[in-house]
Structure formats: structure tokens, C-alpha cells
Design a protein around this ligand. Sequence first.
Ligand SMILES: [Zn+2]
Ligand SMILES: [Zn+2]
Length: 131
Amino acid sequence: MLFSDKSLTCKDCQKAFLFTAGEQDFYASKGLVHEPGRCPECRNRRKQQAIALNLPSVSAPGAIPPKLVDVSAVACAECGVETTVPFRPRLARPVYCKECYIKQKEAAAASAESAEVAVEAAPASTEAVVS
Ligand SMILES: [Zn+2]
Ligand SMILES: [Zn+2]
């Protein structure tokens, strides 16, 4: 379907604005059959107002609402099951599902205990190595 630029009149400010062929194509691709009633400026202003009304708790610009915490789907490094984590996993660190995470934690606690014993048994001459 071919589109050509169309001149429309804004409902809000009564200014003539161009409903370009590109925009018409975009509207058609979104399944929107109605022409925009407002010029881009008025649409933008309304959008900003809607955002301001919907997010009254966000006072500082750029503040992240608590609900928008990253949730990433990852595969468990241990059993391969797909799980979600409330953070963006770092590439260097394996991510585990809840079960494996608990297992890993227990294993880590156990190895930390033995590491502590090893440190105590090691001779206290590590400072001399730093040059
Ligand atoms: Zn307008
Ligand atoms: Zn797992």
C-alpha cells in the first residue's frame, strides 16, 4: 500500500501538521486505522503528562521505580534448569537455580571452614612476598 503525506489539523492547538507517508505506514503496521488527531508536539505533551500521572512516586528524573528491577532468565550453571534472577548476571559468575544455589552456599560454607583452617596452619610470612 502506498502512502502520501497528508496535512491534518491538530485538535489541541488548531495548527496544521503533516501526517507523513512514513507515519501512515507505521500506523498501518500497528493496525491503527485512525489518523492522529494531534500534532507531534501536542502528542508528546500528552505523553509526558500521562507519564507524570502514572508515576507519581518517581520524584527525581532518572530514578528507577522499584518495580523495574531487572529480572533475567538464565540457565542454572549446575543443573541447567531455567531460572530467573532479580539482577543482571555477570558473565564471569555462574548463576544457579534456588536449589543449586543453596547447595553451592553450603559447599562454600564448608570450604570456607577448611580454608580458614588452612590459613591458620600456613606460616605468617605472606607480607614479605609483596615487593
Ligand atoms: Zn497541536
Ligand atoms: Zn540448578
